[in-house]
Design a protein around this ligand. Structure first.
Ligand code: ADA
Length: 502
């Protein structure tokens, strides 16, 4: 049951309901969602007394209704309410703040930021928007009509940079003031003054060269599936930090806002990407899929825009970026992100760099490589293939005119079964994975042409069943350096040594 305060309409804000969701209040259908990881909102009209709220979470795959999800993705897509939901009580006879973003601009060192605000609800009638930075009023402007955006620059009075060593957060607030001087709505968020950019082929944070050391991480734990607790997130982040990481790729979907809050506070950099995993040519060219993809992409950028930890936006992991017919979805996705947020870098992870057609659109080139694991069967020493594979790809990218783009190893890894040892240190053993990842990290970090590495992956996760499972013992993706209970494999310590330089 829900009950709105007298004189209020409601806005239900869902973090994620999977796979598809319908929201019904008092028997009336008010909204739906078709991407199980994307945040969404549902407006609830004013009404007195307790109301029945039903959230129908439908875990069936349906290519028409929920085309973002496919049963063959290499991670288990649970049904249900995965992330927190809340009900905002909004004044029924006044406009309210629908969205607000605050982005550091080129004068970030001096505290320069750009505010953007949208309101919704009834049209304003003498209402004013008041902006505060760290509690001080910086501006008052007439409230725009619903659907129109107010954009303006402001400056933090005592700016402190957000950095890895000192992730300082400032606070922004927007108040909607009625003609009688009462604040009828407000929105508060934290933000960081920092700049991520590419200069001369180098990835830079606040003007300093940045080398990313990190892991890909799925939101998954055996005790709660993808509905992980904040405590679990914090403990995962502590393990990442202990391993010397400054970066996590949130594969392969929208990140939980609580996770991003934790990353903001600890100075952990994040790649956030739209739901996607190896979509085929048919899917990428389907107008229905493209619509859903666009909506989910916009929902991601809108939800996470204020987090200083997010430095990279991504989408369509390992999609068919090697085909001329998929140009539209790649071009429109880059365009949409850059229109919404011109301050961050945009990329996608490719597993076909040699024939990829859209790398010129990327700010950084991201390679998913598995030398010696998915290639060269029977090679006597797969680990010896890593450095030459890196060199070959870099030489190829250079020859194709991409010398000005930083290159990230966005995935590399091998399967390892927790506790498995054999006298040869063979495939699936802890010793093999440790040797392989140690060499991958060494080779990537030693080469200045790479801006970093994100290992595949942090912890073992349940994957889909069916044909795929034959190559996935236990129906798990076992390439974690931790098992699913976060017990460390040998590789965790091996990677830590390289990342921490000891
Ligand atoms: C791909 C994919 C990952 C995972 C990995 C693997 O690179 O992006 O999600 O499936 O391969 O383990 O094979």
């Amino acid at each position: 049951m829900i009950e709105l305060a007298p004189g209020c309409r409601g806005c239900l804000r869902f973090g994620a309901v999977s796979i598809g969701a319908k929201v019904v209040v008092d028997g009336g259908w008010l909204g739906r969602n078709t991407c199980g990881y994307a945040p969404f909102t549902v407006d609830v009209p004013a009404g007195a007394g307790p109301r029945e709220l039903i959230v129908v979470a439908d875990n069936r795959f349906d290519a028409e209704r929920t085309p973002m999800h496919e049963p063959s993705f290499d991670f288990y897509q649970h049904g249900g309410i995965l992330r927190p939901a809340r009900l905002d009580h909004l004044p029924d006879s006044h406009p309210s703040v629908a969205r607000f973003s605050i982005l550091p601009t080129s004068g970030y060192r001096e505290g320069a930021v750009e505010f953007r605000v949208n309101v919704d609800g009834p049209p304003p009638d003498g209402h004013v928007l008041e902006f505060r930075l760290d509690g001080e009023v910086v501006r008052q402007v007439p409230c725009p009509p619903p659907g129109e955006k107010t954009i303006f620059d402001a400056c933090v009075r005592n700016p402190k940079l957000w950095s890895l060593e000192s992730p300082h957060l400032h606070e922004a607030e927007v108040r909607l003031i009625a003609p009688d001087g009462r604040a009828v709505d407000d929105a508060v968020d934290s933000f960081g003054l920092r700049r991520v950019e590419v200069i001369g082929g180098k990835l830079m944070l606040n003007g300093d060269a940045l080398q990313l050391r990190g892991f890909n991480r799925h939101e998954w734990h055996p005790s709660c599936g993808s509905a992980t607790s904040e405590a679990q997130m914090a403990s995962d982040l502590a393990l990442l930090r202990h391993a010397g990481c400054n970066f996590v790729r949130g594969c392969h979907y929208h990140q939980d806002q609580r996770f991003l809050d934790l990353c903001d506070r600890m100075g952990m950099l994040v790649w956030e990407e739209n739901l996607g995993w190896g979509q085929s040519e048919q899917v990428l060219c389907d107008p229905n899929f493209r619509d859903h993809h666009r909506q989910a992409l916009a929902a991601m950028v809108e939800a996470s825009m204020n987090h200083p930890s997010v430095i990279l936006w991504g989408f369509l992991n390992e999609g068919r970026s090697d085909l001329p017919v998929t140009e539209e979805i790649y071009a429109e996705s880059f365009q949409l992100i850059r229109e919404m947020d011109p301050t961050r870098l945009v990329t996608y992870a490719t597993n076909r760099p040699g024939t990829d057609r859209y790398l010129s659109l990327c700010d950084i080139i991201s390679l998913n490589l598995y030398p010696g694991w998915y290639s060269d069967p029977g090679h006597p020493d797969p680990v010896a293939l890593i450095a030459p594979a890196f060199d070959t790809h870099l030489a190829d990218l250079h020859a194709r005119g991409f010398a000005d783009k930083p290159v990230l190893i966005s995935e590399i890894g091998v399967e390892c079964l927790y506790g498995w040892r054999d006298s040869h240190g063979d495939f699936f053993s802890e010793a093999f994975q440790a040797r392989y990842l140690s060499e991958a990290c060494r080779a990537a970090l030693a080469d200045a042409r790479f801006c970093g590495i994100a290992i595949w992956h942090f912890a073992d996760t349940r994957t889909c069943s069916g044909g795929f499972a034959l190559g996935r013992p236990r129906t798990f993706n076992n390439k974690g350096v931790l098992d699913e209970f976060r017990r460390t494999k040998e590789a965790y310590e091996a990677v830590r040594k390289v990342f921490c330089g000891n």
